[in-house]
Structures are given as C-alpha cells and as structure tokens.
Ligand binder design. Structure first.
Ligand code: BMA
Length: 353
C-alpha cells in the first residue's frame, strides 16, 4: 500500500508557507542528538523535568499569548515542530518551527497554510497537533473544527507544502495519534471520542485504515479508571499523547490522565505498553502517574494544573527519551526518562483494567 501522497496526483506547484522561505533546506538525513539532561541528584522519579523549563514561554514573540501542546520530530540534521500558538484573540492555529538541537526553536509568525485537499476542511481552529513519519511522509493530526471538534489530517514531505486530507472521524473527537508504521498492512490511529465542550469523560480507542482516508475496525484500547480500580489520577478521562514508540516489550504509549477536583481538571502523564500486532490489547499500564503538575509553570498559567504530552524523541542506543509537553495551556516544556527504565517502571507498576 502506498503512502497518502503517493496515491494522490499532485496538481499544485510546490510552494512555501508563511515565513517558510527561511525554512532550512534539507541536506543529508542524519540524526541529531536528541535533547538530554541527566536525572538530578536526589531525584528518584522515572520522568524528570528539564531544568530550563519552560522551553518556550508564554510570550514567545510580541502579541503571542501562549505556545503549548505541540509536536516535534527529527528532520534533516535537526528537528521540526508543529506548534499550537495563540495570539491575543486566543484562537489556536498551527505554526511551523525549526530547531538544530530540539531546545532552541524558531517558530514562524504566520500559521501553516494548508492546500485545500478536503472540501469539508473549513479554515477553522487547529490545536493539539501530533506529527508522525510513515514511509517517508510526515502526517500531522490535530483537533480541528468540522461542525465540532474532530481529527483533522494533513500530509507533507518537505514542510513547505501541506496537503490537507479528509478528516478522520465524525465529531466529536480529540487526541488523534497515528502509529509510525503500518501493522498488517493498515494504518492505525488512536483517538478519544468526546463532546463539544470540555468533556468530562473519555476512553482511548483505536481505528484502522487501508489508505488514511477510510477509517474503521474501531477497538476500545483502554478506559479511564475510578474507585473500582483505585485510579483517581485518571478517573475522568484519558487521551493518547506522543506517537507510540515501538519497543521489544510492545508499543510504549505515553498518555494523559485527568481527574476532576473542586477546582477543575488536573492533567497528569501516564504510560502503557500495547501489543505490537494487536495494539488495542493493553499489556501493562501505570497504576500511578509518571508526571503530575507540581512545577510553578504547570500549576499556574492560562489553565492551571495541566501536563499535556504531545511528542517524544527517543534514542534507543543511548536509552534516552525526551518528552515534549504543554504546561498549564501556556508554555512548552521538556521532560526526560531512560527508555528502558520507563518500560520497566510500567511493567513493575501496572494495573490493566
Ligand atoms: C483539553 C484540550 C487541551 C487542553 C486541556 C486542558 O480538553 O483542549 O488542548 O490542554 O483540555 O485545558
């Protein structure tokens, strides 16, 4: 099965977007080292914060009110990012960003302009992007407006032209996260059916597609958990975060778990291992969060008490994982873990329900 762009005849000349004329040209594909900082002395947590957080603060450039819940991926000899950026009207758009080291980012001031591939893809809000490379094509999934929020999709090879694809699901849905390779010849996407508001419920589902256009064979992956499983940190809703990472122990899926309190929702980070061939089967799942809002920039901001992972870079040889998360719907942050230790932690502290 060919990737999406290969199956579509391209009718428009290649063009650049926004300030994209400054986009670095890709020389030779080679991996830049991912961001890394050792666990601080005295810290015993399996996931720890970058000392220089927030990576990208609330006023990244004049008129900007927040940059958060954003996606990154290796590209060329550096990294690309798709950033959720909000100006003073607080209407979220997606902006391209470039970085040599995954830490210092140059974000374009104008939003990405998508080619109009999908006649139903009204120019509307766009938030919480994920970025997934499959067979040489980069796919962006995000929460877009289609008479209510659901999963929008676009494809690019060069981050200069972006082909808008059909939206994946009926509204209402959020947290659409692709798998980085086909499984049994099909594309796989996690998602979280929701409502049109702030959604006080939600479980993670998996859908399959032969062509990135038609989605079906939906499977429940995992439910949120409450009293009966002793899991208050993830009792209200859960949603997939970064692109799942393939490991010998299964797909490592980092996700957010939400609990309701008398002061609103609290968003924490957890992790699970899914079966490699049938990823709707949960092998292990953390019986506790691995990161919860505690730092000042996580407990204070536009929406306090939010840790919202959307991307992760990994280096298997070095046993390193760098997790990008939005903090308090205000800033972009980084956290680190040893991949092997996180997997061991998930297995040793698991409650599958
Ligand atoms: C969710 C999404 C996220 C946001 C979170 C906390 O429903 O809208 O973008 O980070 O709420 O406000």
């Amino acid at each position: 099965m060919k990737s999406y762009l290969e199956t579509k005849a391209r009718t428009q000349p290649e063009r650049r977007i926004g300030q994209g004329n400054d986009a670095p040209s890709v020389k030779k594909e080679h991996a830049a080292p991912i961001p890394w900082e050792d666990r601080p002395a005295g810290c015993h947590d399996v996931v720890w914060r970058f000392k220089a957080n927030p990576l990208i603060g609330r006023h990244y450039m004049p008129g900007v009110q927040g940059v958060y819940n954003s996606a990154v991926a290796p590209y060329g000899d550096g990294f690309v990012g798709i950033f959720r950026l909000e100006k003073r009207n607080r209407f979220p758009h997606l902006h391209m960003g470039w970085s040599d080291d995954g830490i210092d980012w140059q974000i374009e001031p104008d939003p990405i302009e998508f080619d109009k591939g999908d006649p139903e893809s009204a120019a509307d809000y766009a938030y919480d992007p994920r970025l997934c490379k499959i067979d040489g094509t980069y796919y962006i999934t995000w929460c877009g407006g289609h008479n209510g929020p659901t999963i929008s999709l676009a494809a690019t090879r060069d981050f200069r032209s972006f082909e808008r694809m059909e939206n994946a699901f009926l509204p209402y849905n959020r947290n659409g996260v692709l798998f980085p390779r086909k499984i049994a010849g099909r594309f796989f996407m996690l998602s979280r059916p929701s409502d049109d508001g702030h959604t006080p419920f939600g479980d993670i589902y998996l859908s399959q597609s032969p062509d990135m256009c038609h989605w079906g064979m939906h499977r429940l992956v995992m439910r949120c958990g409450g009293n009966e499983v002793g899991q208050w940190w993830q009792r209200t809703k859960i949603g997939a975060g970064p692109i799942p990472i393939e490991t010998d122990e299964g797909w490592l899926m980092i996700y957010h778990g939400v609990m309701d309190t008398c002061n609103g929702f609290v968003y924490s980070m957890g992790a699970a291992l899914l079966d490699l061939d049938e990823p709707w089967r949960v092998l292990y799942r953390t019986n506790q969060h691995v990161l919860t809002p505690e730092a000042d920039y996580e407990v204070a901001g536009h929406v306090p008490n939010v840790v919202f992972p959307c991307a992760a870079l990994h280096d298997k040889a070095a046993d390193r994982l760098a997790i990008y998360y939005g903090a308090a719907d205000t800033s972009c942050c980084l956290a680190f873990a040893h991949l092997g230790k996180l997997i061991a932690f998930v297995k040793e502290n698991s409650h599958v329900f």
